[in-house]
Design a protein around this ligand. Structure first.
Ligand code: BGC
Length: 410
């Protein structure tokens, strides 16, 4: 397989000198790769005739069964961290009914990481919820926090095996969109068609922060893991007249969740693009914009977003828990990685405390309502045989990692 590496990239030209102990890895989420997550709200949504769903998740990448081989591939690439999620709907498929077999599955995954020298980073809730929890009102139910804590307590034996980083809730700022989707609220359809995203209400924000803090307390009582949550952090760019619009946007969608992270052990940061404002508000992408398969190609956003997260959380260590590109052009992924990592390096050089970078995603996967068309993976799979193919971009990423580690040792 030929890999065309950008001219800037060689063993001598590392994207940056990695600080000691810097984690290099990839991320996935259970529903997007495991397959057959039948007790989840998303499985129900996929089979409900919802107009936003392109195709059902089905077997996904069969990562539920094939995770050992996938971890072998990641280890062979020289990556030393893997973020995955424990699926609440498998652990507690009906309210109060817990599956010890499912817990064993995730314990084996944690052990499997440790055996391969890979640091496991575990998310407790990534987009999907048990269908029963969603039916009962989701995060707005009065007992939501207690139920999430009870589930967290149940999975602690997996964490206690040696998970050093735990994220409670993934992208709390997207939860109102999820609620709208599951309620068939026209706001969801509108957002999917490019309209504004539902704005989190005070009640929703309070409930999510309460659930996050309660689960964090459970993790702290039972383990020495660092605990935080993973927030989608924008790169806001604006003209002087656009600043007021940008600030309003930030306060509505993101700032409450970053402030809600204060007191945590770290902030998980996720970023994919920039968002621009002028005197009229959000600026539509110009015809000339360089595009990925879904949005603008702008890898520099990562370096800007880590600074924002660091500032607003008052200096929490930052773990980049997601950053990546939807593209069938693997060469573009290589360019994305190279530029994104360089801008990350500049932020580190300027004093931002970044502890690791987890590329989204290890595997091509189920991109929610968009189905399997968007390709975020460093590794692809055949949907019938599930055979894996390591893409050139995975090898290029591995080379960037080697160079960054070597530069860090010098
Ligand atoms: C989510 C992932 C998703 C990715 C790319 C993030 O919002 O956490 O589940 O696949 O973005 O859209």
């Amino acid at each position: 397989m030929t890999v065309e590496i950008p001219s800037t990239l060689s063993e001598a030209a590392a994207p940056f000198a990695a600080p000691k102990g810097f984690l290099w890895g990839t991320a996935t989420a259970a529903h997007q790769v495991e397959g057959n997550n039948t007790a989840s709200d998303w499985w129900a949504l996929e089979h409900s005739g919802s107009p936003v769903i392109t195709e059902p998740s089905g077997d996904a990448a069969d990562h539920f069964n094939r995770w050992p081989g996938d971890l072998d591939l990641l280890r062979d690439l020289g990556l030393d961290a893997y973020r995955f999620s424990i699926e609440w709907a498998r652990i507690e498929p009906e309210r109060g009914v817990f599956s010890s077999a499912s817990l064993d599955h995730y314990k084996r995954m944690v052990d499997g990481c440790l055996e391969r020298g890979i640091t496991p980073i575990v998310t407790l809730q990534h987009v999907t919820l048990p269908a029963w929890f969603r039916r009962g009102g989701g995060w707005s139910a009065t007992d939501a926090s207690d139920l999430f804590s009870r589930y967290t307590e149940y999975v602690m034996p997996a964490i206690e095996l040696g998970v050093p980083w735990v994220a409670t809730i993934n992208e709390p700022n997207l939860q109102p969109l999820m609620t709208a989707l599951h309620n068939n609220d026209p706001k969801a359809l509108n957002a999917w068609n490019g309209g504004p995203m539902p704005v989190p209400t005070e009640e929703e924000i309070t409930a999510l922060i309460a659930a996050h803090k309660a689960a964090s307390a459970v993790v702290r009582q039972n383990s020495s893991a660092k605990v935080g949550w993973t927030v989608s952090v924008p790169d806001l760019q604006y003209t002087p007249e656009g600043e007021v619009h940008a600030q309003k946007w930030f306060e509505q969608y993101d700032a409450p969740f970053l402030r809600g992270a204060r007191g945590d052990d770290f902030i998980g940061l996720q970023n994919y693009f920039r968002t621009s404002f002028d005197e009229n508000g959000l600026v539509p992408l110009p015809e000339t914009a360089r595009m990925t398969d879904l949005w603008e190609f702008y890898p520099q956003a990562l370096g800007h977003a880590v600074r924002t997260a660091y500032e607003l959380t008052q200096g929490l260590p930052v773990l980049v828990t997601e950053n990546g590109i939807p593209t069938t052009d693997d060469q573009l992924r290589i360019e994305f990685l190279d530029t994104a990592l360089r801008t990350l390096g500049k932020a580190i050089a300027d004093g931002v405390d970044v502890r690791g970078y987890l590329h989204w995603s290890a595997l091509d996967n189920f991109e929610w309502a968009l189905g399997y068309a968007p390709k975020f993976g460093l590794i692809s799979f055949d949907p019938v045989t599930f055979e894996r193919t390591v893409k050139p971009s995975a090898h290029a990423y591995a080379q960037m990692v080697r160079a960054a580690r070597a530069a860090g040792r010098m």
